[in-house]
Ligand binder design. Structure first.
Ligand SMILES: *[C@@H]1O[C@H](CO)[C@@H](O)[C@H](O)[C@H]1NC(C)=O
Ligand SMILES: *[C@@H]1O[C@H](CO)[C@@H](O)[C@H](O)[C@H]1NC(C)=O
Ligand SMILES: *[C@@H]1O[C@H](CO)[C@@H](O)[C@H](O)[C@H]1NC(C)=O
Ligand SMILES: *[C@@H]1O[C@H](CO)[C@@H](O)[C@H](O)[C@H]1NC(C)=O
Length: 324
């Protein structure tokens, strides 16, 4: 008797919240995927990842982030552009998307640089809000070296040649994407260099490394249910690979300072400590070189982090709404 009572109460509550949007807690949340440098939103690999997500959680609506509708221009935007402007465009695209904008939340999957850009989305916009963020081989603590390009990849070569000129000039910072997450360390203090703090157009801001901290960034990031960071064990493209876990690496000695021993965590500039204390910060490794994705690892991640809420979680959510 009592249990029917509860279930009709549950039905009523979920009905009233579901009416305008038709989303229920049993529906998988939409998945937003942001691809990496040199890739594009229509590429086979990215499409296959979306299909895999749909296979693991049937009914998942998948949206691949794009900065242009044609594949060539979208690829070009992974090398060239002002990341502030690009991110604002993506924020607008997601907030006005006919399906995403009606969802109570979305999940986010970032490959390589797409990972720190999705984190930027969460910190700056988060509308619709992200429930869980999973990143593979991302550069959360920046890079100390620019990557090598394929022999005939002239777009990549052109970008990298410009980067070698002066990474901190406003010309480069406003036009070349990887320069905006390039990060230098002061060899004496072991902390971020003065040039980086002054001129970095993206990373120094999004990591709240400047004196004036943005509390919204911290609040938004700390609201994640899970923040999962995968590092490729044999990654030689991203230098250092430990940046995927927000670690600092001494370029001379190779000594790794893990996130938990760094001010960004200890003084909690970004809400990472808060996430860690609620068990929401996950550090993972995946075998192989940069972006050699294994279907099994992806499937496990989708099942674990992107599945619809469990019955228990739904119940708690409903009771929480009623502030019992
Ligand atoms: C912090 O970030 C939010 C979101 O992007 C922005 O609206 C706000 O102006 C920023 N605050 C400061 C002090 O920069
Ligand atoms: C990038 O774009 C933003 C927004 O228009 C602007 O405020 C910023 O100065 C630009 N960055 C550089 C390095 O020019
Ligand atoms: C980095 O390692 C070198 C060599 O061991 C050392 O001399 C230097 O002080 C270290 N830098 C920092 C900031 O710890
Ligand atoms: C490194 O830090 C020291 C101490 O704050 C400072 O005097 C020096 O100018 C810095 N060097 C660079 C290259 O930023």
């Amino acid at each position: 008797m009592r249990s029917t009572h509860i279930s009709s109460f549950l039905a009523l509550v979920s009905l009233s919240t579901a009416v305008p949007t038709s989303w229920t807690t049993k529906d998988p949340l939409p998945l937003v995927i942001w691809h990496g440098l040199g890739d594009n939103y229509l590429a086979d690999g990215i499409q296959e990842v979306g299909e895999l997500a749909e296979q693991v959680n049937p009914g998942t609506f998948v949206y691949n982030v794009r900065l242009a509708n044609d594949a060539g221009s979208d690829r070009s935007a992974t090398f060239f552009g002002n990341v502030t402007t690009q991110l604002a465009q993506v924020c607008n695209d997601l907030a006005t998307h006919p399906i995403l904008s009606t969802a109570p939340a979305i999940n986010a999957l970032g490959f390589s640089q797409g990972g720190q850009f999705l984190r930027g989305y969460i910190e700056r916009c988060n509308s619709p809000p992200v429930r869980s963020l999973v990143t593979f081989g991302s550069q959360h603590n920046g890079i100390v070296k620019f990557q090598d390009c394929g022999a005939s990849d002239w777009l990549c070569k052109g970008a990298m040649a410009l980067l070698q000129t002066n990474a901190w000039s406003s010309f480069v910072q406003s036009r070349l994407v990887p320069a905006q997450y390039y990060r230098e360390v002061n060899e004496t203090t072991g902390l971020a260099s003065d040039s980086y703090l002054e001129f970095s157009n993206f990373l120094a801001d999004i990591n709240n490394e400047r004196e004036l901290k943005n509390e919204t960034y911290k609040k938004n990031l700390a609201s994640l249910e899970k923040f999962v960071m995968f590092v490729f064990e044999d990654d030689t493209t991203v230098i250092p690979k430990e940046t995927g876990w927000f670690a600092e690496v001494n370029a001379t000695s190779g000594k790794v300072t893990p996130l938990k021993h760094r001010p960004i965590y200890k003084q909690d500039w970004l809400g990472l400590k808060k996430l860690d204390h609620k068990g929401a910060l996950v550090f993972k490794t995946i075998p192989g070189p940069h972006m050699q994705l294994d279907d099994k690892v992806l499937k496990q991640a989708f099942k674990k982090y992107f599945s619809p809420a469990t019955k228990k979680a739904i119940f708690q959510e409903v009771l929480g709404d009623w502030e019992l």
